[in-house]
Design a protein around this ligand. Structure first.
Ligand code: GLN
Length: 447
């Protein structure tokens, strides 16, 4: 009732939820109350969760923030969704996001932008903007978002929250509407590191529906390792010293690094000359994968079908032309271009090779350092509309977050103060593959 009340008061303005399942949520709450009385409630009993509209929820609409999936109802649950339901969480609604997860501000949603609750002329961050603002404005306790290049960490950073992107393959992608399959990850957005850990231990682990999921045992992430170890922490020199950093973000990051030193950790600058290839590699490979993944939206199987069509070909074309937004079309065209016969080697193959170089170099650094840290984003949340006319400017904001997805490693964003306008600043920590327990324990010691 508390969360529904807040939704009633704030959602019209903030636009975080696309759908609210109020009656269902209340009925489920009653059911859980009974279970608690009889002592057989699940681990998440009563945890009120919102889910990004990119996750399939049986018999509920899942639009991916797109007109092309307007009115589409899933026939099954995403594995992560099923698992939180099985653990007795309450799903209160589906959340606004950039169309198919393509964006950094939530302004690319077919259902309107979601606004940051701190200073509502500011963006929420994207693409899981609705998921972040819903937690920020107490419209739910936690959210499940998705992170292909920062979409959990970036809005978490912009909204003063914790956002965790797990290791690639740690969480099943079954029921996650695909953007770029070799990058996509489901992750929690929460107010505390502990809630992120609790959610991860529920949603992670092997799944018959997704053969790429790791079969590694899921540790109890929320049993934090509290033994104080002296850690070796590398900060990305090019990131922390970049001229493009907003001054307050730089100061907050330095202050955090100083605090780490004062706590006895070894903090060193590491050079990453390949940083200039992070964004080109990411945008070439993700658009390639997106152009292929999104070919399934053809007006035949699900979602929007144009009523202007005269034959099969025109149905495909018109349904897609009417259904997809501008940014999605841009990416389909870019992806199709880099996969085309004459450019495949020059762009796609090349980017795959660079991806390998970035991965090898990152792994090498993580064999020397426990964690790599940097600000989550170069600036705090932009003003609404500030970057919408220039996609390159928009892409530049992803510079620090895409690396974790390019290399498949876990990374977390935790709050690190605010700027002069009171807008939250994020601090990002990246760890080794499947080292979420160490990552979360370290994050917990800081926040
Ligand atoms: N902003 C990035 C993009 O537009 C990341 C999106 C995401 O993680 N889904 O691709």
């Amino acid at each position: 009732e508390f969360y529904l009340q807040n939704i009633a008061e704030k959602n019209t303005q903030l636009n975080a939820f696309l759908k609210v399942f109020d009656q269902e949520a209340l009925a489920k709450a009653d059911e859980i109350d009974q279970k608690i009385k009889t002592g057989n409630a699940g681990k998440l009993a009563g945890m009120v969760i919102g889910i990004k509209d990119l996750l399939c929820y049986k018999d509920h609409t899942s639009t991916a923030g797109s007109k092309i999936l307007g009115g589409f109802e899933s026939q099954f649950n995403a594995t992560a969704v099923q698992r939180v339901i099985d653990a007795d969480a309450i799903i209160i609604g589906s959340q606004n996001c950039d169309e198919f997860g393509m964006g950094s501000t939530n302004e690319n949603s077919a259902y309107g932008a979601c606004l940051n609750a701190v200073g509502t002329n500011r963006v929420a961050g994207g693409s899981s903007g609705g998921s972040a603002v819903a937690v920020q404005a107490d419209m739910c306790l936690a959210s499940l978002g998705t992170d292909t290049g920062g979409s959990v960490r970036m809005p978490a950073g912009f909204c003063g929250l914790v956002g965790l992107k797990p290791t690639y393959t740690r969480v099943s992608r079954w029921g996650l509407i695909a953007y770029a399959s070799s990058f996509d990850c489901i992750g929690p957005i929460t107010k505390s590191v502990e809630d992120a850990a609790i959610l991860l231990e529920i949603i992670a682990g092997k799944d018959e529906q997704d053969s790429t999921v790791s079969r590694l045992e899921v540790p109890q992430y929320s049993a934090f390792d509290t033994t104080h170890k002296t850690l070796k922490i590398g900060y990305l020199k090019e990131a922390v010293e970049s001229a493009g950093l907003q001054p307050e973000v730089r100061e907050a990051t330095w202050a955090k690094l100083e605090a780490l030193k004062a706590a006895g950790h070894v903090v060193e600058a590491v050079e990453f000359p390949l940083i200039k290839y992070f964004l080109p590699t990411y945008y070439i490979l993700t658009t390639a994968e997106a152009s292929s993944n999104l070919s399934r939206f053809d007006g035949v199987k699900y979602g929007h079908r144009s009523n202007q069509a005269t034959d099969l070909m025109s149905m495909y074309k018109k349904s897609r032309a009417e259904g997809f937004g501008k940014e999605v079309k841009r990416r389909i065209m870019l992806g199709t271009f880099v996969l085309s016969a004459s450019y495949y080697d020059a762009y796609y193959t090349k980017a795959q090779k660079v991806r390998r170089l970035i991965k090898d170099y990152t792994d090498q650094l993580l064999s020397e350092y426990d964690f790599l840290v940097c600000p989550t984003t170069p600036t705090t949340a932009y003003k609404i509309g500030e970057k919408t006319s220039d996609p390159i400017q928009m892409y530049l904001g992803d510079l620090f977050t895409v690396q974790a997805n390019v290399v498949g490693l876990p990374a977390i964003s935790i709050p690190n103060g605010v700027d002069n306008d009171g807008m939250p600043i994020g601090f990002q920590i990246m760890g080794g593959a499947f080292q979420e327990k160490a990552l979360l324990s370290f994050a917990k010691s800081l926040y």
